[in-house]
Ligand binder design. Structure first.
Ligand SMILES: CC(=O)SCCNC(=O)CCNC(=O)[C@H](O)C(C)(C)COP(=O)(O)OP(=O)(O)OC[C@H]1O[C@@H](n2cnc3c(N)ncnc32)[C@H](O)[C@@H]1OP(=O)(O)O
Ligand SMILES: CC(C)C(=O)C(=O)O
Ligand SMILES: [Mg+2]
Length: 500
């Protein structure tokens, strides 16, 4: 069995507050939807504006594989305008709708159920005079009387509707209830076999995908959805969630779509860029974190066997690979793997030492990048055996006078020293360190650079010390530049001791 995918990114998706696409942008998305192999593109609602009319017309002229649909209220003006825009399409569909729930009929339309039924039938007949492919939607179907729905669907199918749509317009339904509604309509509309049963769900309670899938289990043959779940209010059913649910759980649903899954990721990115609506990182399938692992136990599992923590392969949706994000919760296995990818081959001791540095950094820095790791590794390489070790640094600075207190350790002995300097906090630290070590060395060069970017960037300090006419280079890295400065100086001092 298979279901059709009716994409409404360009119609209901464009109803997302704040989104407005021009003709060129809509055409670009339509071409991508064609590559994605959706069955139907709902290109817009032509009566709403000159721009939307032009966009639907352009898509109808240029995108020929999928059916191109245009929305129209149940009146002649809307249907005329929809047809005017759609007539060049190879496979045009007029999609007409009217609300069937008591609250909509009474308060919004101010029509009786009989009048609504008559308007629906007239609209379908009129649309049918233009094209064989007519979809009729009973807006707010999930809050409508079930038997009235059956009557209106029977009548509109008789009038020529080839698809009948049962929207959960306000995202009110629950999966079991919605599935039962689809089954009820399937079982109680006598001519239902002459039309495709379609569903259109909204995500107000976060159940749009679950509702759509429940509908499919109960006989729905077309699912209306939008890329990234865009749409009015909390959005529509997300296309990628339906497509990947059916693919991943084919064992359960036994239902196929024609969607080219490899184009999912690209479609999501394009829609996000052109609409300006960012995808939440933890969004199923297309969120930045959907194929990312940060915690050590998961990373270890995935390294050993991907399917321990992945039910889908990132490559299925067109991504290159999954992601191992290094952070404070990561473990040695993932850390080692990343270092190996960067070309470092470490002994167990080297790995343990670098891993400790990495964990210390990860406690201070949210995201550890390859540049951070390279900086840690370069720093590890330039480490010498430590004669002196810095235990503590304390700096105050005001009105051009800085005071530094440094605590260093040498062979188990702790030494405290303070110094004042008008040359700033780094100068005061270096004076204190000179006092502690008793070495008469001169600072010949001091250079500071950001290794990575962002507020929590790693700073790298390189110093050149002259001692007895010889130059000793020291390097220090830290998210705290004062600390990096002290570590660089200490690194150079220790090199002096190593040489002695
Ligand atoms: C569930 C959905 O997503 S429905 C689609 C929603 N999309 C949009 O609304 C797209 C953007 N809309 C627009 O540009 C405008 O609303 C237009 C051009 C469609 C209509 O604009 P206006 O003529 O100014 O009417 P307005 O939007 O204020 O009110 C809607 C009118 O359509 C009527 N109406 C609503 N739905 C239908 C329908 N399916 N069939 C017939 N009439 C309808 C309302 O009762 C109201 O009629 P009234 O003016 O007699 O009270
Ligand atoms: C126009 C219809 C199909 C709609 O968008 C809805 O009911 O949500
Ligand atoms: Mg809708």
């Amino acid at each position: 069995m298979s279901v059709k995918i009716f994409d409404t990114t360009l119609r209901d998706g464009e109803q997302t507050p704040g989104v407005s696409l021009n003709v060129k942008e809509k055409l670009e998305i339509a071409k991508q939807l064609d590559r994605l192999k959706v069955d139907v593109i709902e290109a817009g609602f032509p009566v709403t504006s000159e721009g939307d009319f032009k966009a639907v017309k352009k898509i109808a002229e240029e995108v020929s594989n999928p059916t191109v649909a245009g929305l129209a209220r149940a009146n002649k003006k809307d249907i005329d305008r929809a047809w005017e825009a759609l007539k060049a399409a190879k496979k045009p569909r007029i999609h007409t709708f009217i609300a069937t729930s008591p609250v909509h009929m009474e308060h919004k339309l101010k029509q009786s159920p009989e009048e609504v039924l008559e308007s629906a039938v007239e609209a379908v007949k009129y649309a049918k005079s233009y094209t064989d492919d007519v979809e009729f939607s009973a807006e707010d179907a999930s809050r409508s009387d079930k038997d009235f729905l059956c009557d209106i669907f029977e009548a509109t199918i008789d009038a020529g509707a080839t698809t009948i749509n049962i929207p959960d317009t306000v995202g009110y339904a629950t999966p079991q209830e919605y599935g039962a509604l689809i089954k009820y309509i399937k079982d109680n509309v006598p001519n239902i076999d002459q039309a495709v049963i379609s569903v259109h769900c909204h995500n107000d309670l976060g159940m749009a995908t679950a509702n759509s899938l429940a509908a499919v289990e109960n006989g729905a043959e077309q699912v209306e959805c939008a890329v990234n779940g865009l749409g009015e209010r909390a959005g529509n059913t997300s296309l990628e969630e339906v497509a990947l649910s059916l693919d991943t759980r084919f064992d359960y649903y036994d239902i196929k779509t024609d969607i080219n899954l490899k184009e999912i990721s690209r479609s999501s990115r394009l829609v996000s860029h052109l609409t300006g609506v960012q995808v939440q990182p933890n969004k199923a399938i297309v969120g930045e974190n959907a194929f990312a692992h940060e915690s050590g136990i998961h990373q270890d599992g995935v390294i050993k066997e991907r399917t321990t923590y992945e039910i889908m392969d990132a490559q299925t949706i067109g991504l290159k690979e999954n992601k191992m994000v290094l952070g404070k919760l990561s473990g040695r296995h993932a850390f080692k793997q990343r270092l190996e990818e960067l070309g470092y081959d470490l002994t167990q001791d080297e790995l343990n030492s670098a891993f400790k540095r990495f964990k210390d950094l990860a406690d201070r820095k949210k995201k550890i990048t390859n540049l951070d790791l390279e900086a840690i590794m370069e720093d590890e390489i330039s480490q010498v055996s430590e004669t002196y070790h810095i235990n503590l640094l304390q700096v105050t600075s005001s009105s051009g006078l800085a005071t530094a207190t440094v605590q260093m350790e040498k062979e188990g002995e702790t030494i405290n020293q303070s110094a004042c300097s008008e040359g700033g906090p780094v100068d005061a630290i270096y004076d204190a360190m000179n006092e502690i070590t008793g070495l008469d060395c001169k600072l010949r060069d001091y250079n500071i650079d950001a290794v990575t970017s962002g507020k929590d960037a790693l700073g790298e300090v390189i110093v050149k010390l002259e001692y007895q006419s010889e130059i000793f280079i020291g390097r220090g890295i830290s998210t705290d530049i004062i600390e990096a400065s002290a570590e660089a100086y200490n690194n150079a001092l220790n090199k002096i001791y190593e040489g002695e």
